[in-house]
Design a binder for this molecule. Sequence first.
Ligand code: T3D
Length: 267
Amino acid sequence: MQDPQFLRSQDGHVLTFTLNRPQALNAFTATLLAQLRQALDEAADDASVRCVVITGAGRGFCAGQDLSDPLVKPPENAAESPRDIGHILDAYYIPLALRVRSMPVPVIAAVNGVAAGAGANFALGCDLVVAAQSANFIQAFARIGLLPDCGGTWLLPRLVGRARALQLALLGEKLPAAEAQAMGLIYQCVPDDTLAATAQALAQRLSQQPLRAMVQTRQAFDQASLLDFEDALKLEAMTQSQLGFSPDYLEGVTAFLSKRSPKFTDR
Ligand code: T3D
């Protein structure tokens, strides 16, 4: 097996992945995409993991697809051999984006620097995005004749509305982290030297909370955006019914009535 293109560390119940190709601003290679997906699969099955943080080494978070990777680099006779990017998305990006969105634990993106193309949308697909003040987000696709992928067409209009989504996608300009926070694209912009500590503290806090309820909340939000109001109410009732039978609900209510702190353990 090839050397991992990311670092992995665990502190208590918090697992942190650090994309580790700083020489290319952590751009995605086929290897990195496959390794990261496998590592997330393993984390999903690991009962000791209750929150995942994803960040980048060096001055970038992730510059999207590595455009020099053999996976995508146009061949010499490109005019005769057009690449089928759809296959690349099917094989690598769709499974990774779906993996993040279906993790049984919350996923935090700690965006330490530029997040471009699929790197931006990979971050935006996480549950909470915290970014360093010097970071920025770029929908770089338009610059190379593509549309926002890795969930961009779905995520952007939902996060910031159609007008701003089109602004970001069509102009492909650098959006500073502070502006991303102001327009509701991300959760929080923090001073550079506090990013890691802020993300870890947030992750430790989430790791103590009822996991199933948080994950079902994410799923209900995603599903409800496709439903009318009445069906969303029914979905809430059905999901709440399941959560009502969970050990964490019993623990939460018991702890409240006993005037003690709850200890949530369900996963
Ligand atoms: O076939 C397909 O493409 C399918 C998949 C599509 C999904 C996508 O993600 S499409 C979008 C791909 N990403 C981009 O187009 C972004 C390309 N990068 C940039 O525009 C700039 O690097 C940034 C705006 C992100 C940062 O600019 P800057 O000035 O801070 O850094 P830099 O000097 O451009 O980059 C530093 C190094 O990283 C440089 O290498 P060098 O010259 O020092 O050896 C640069 O080549 C390398 N790098 C940055 N981005 C990529 C990259 N190498 C390969 N692929 C990259 N995406």
